[in-house]
Ligand binder design. Sequence first.
Ligand SMILES: C[S@@+](CC[C@H](N)C(=O)[O-])C[C@H]1O[C@@H](n2cnc3c(N)ncnc32)[C@H](O)[C@@H]1O
Length: 152
Amino acid sequence: MHIVLVEPEIPANTGNVSRTCSCTGITLHLVRPLGFSVDDKQLKRAGLDYWHLLDLHYHDSFADLQAKYPEGRFFYATTKAEKSYTEFEYGPNDFFVFGKETRGLPDELIDANLDTAIRIPILPDARSLNLSNAVAIVVFEALRQQGFPGLT
Ligand SMILES: C[S@@+](CC[C@H](N)C(=O)[O-])C[C@H]1O[C@@H](n2cnc3c(N)ncnc32)[C@H](O)[C@@H]1O
């Protein structure tokens, strides 16, 4: 599976997501521009000593990434989705796309992909979950559905 962070801004969040990906064998894609340097201390600290396990790819734009994976099925995590993340059956070649901390995913991207936009239920008055927590919730549902492949 693949996690895509579109223009992440907070290094500790990307560090946490890196660690989740390292521990589960999920590929991480970072779409530029990033709001931090990849040498950032907070990024490294959150990822601890798991970096050697991480399959990490950088892309100059989301369109670039999609062009590299024409067979991929893309799910878009957003509070604006109508469907819950539990409504789909996920597979090993799926991509899960997450937006930046301040603004989320661009409206045009969501509007063009409403059929595979997924929402984690939260209270109506709450704005959103933390990015790295949202990633962990979705990833572990997808892994659970597939019997936690290769994990003990
Ligand atoms: C901090 S949130 C962005 C908040 C932004 N103000 C917004 O309204 O989208 C960062 C990312 O985490 C994911 N996220 C956070 N809460 C979510 C939820 N309840 N359902 C689905 N995705 C969520 C989305 O991918 C979002 O773009």
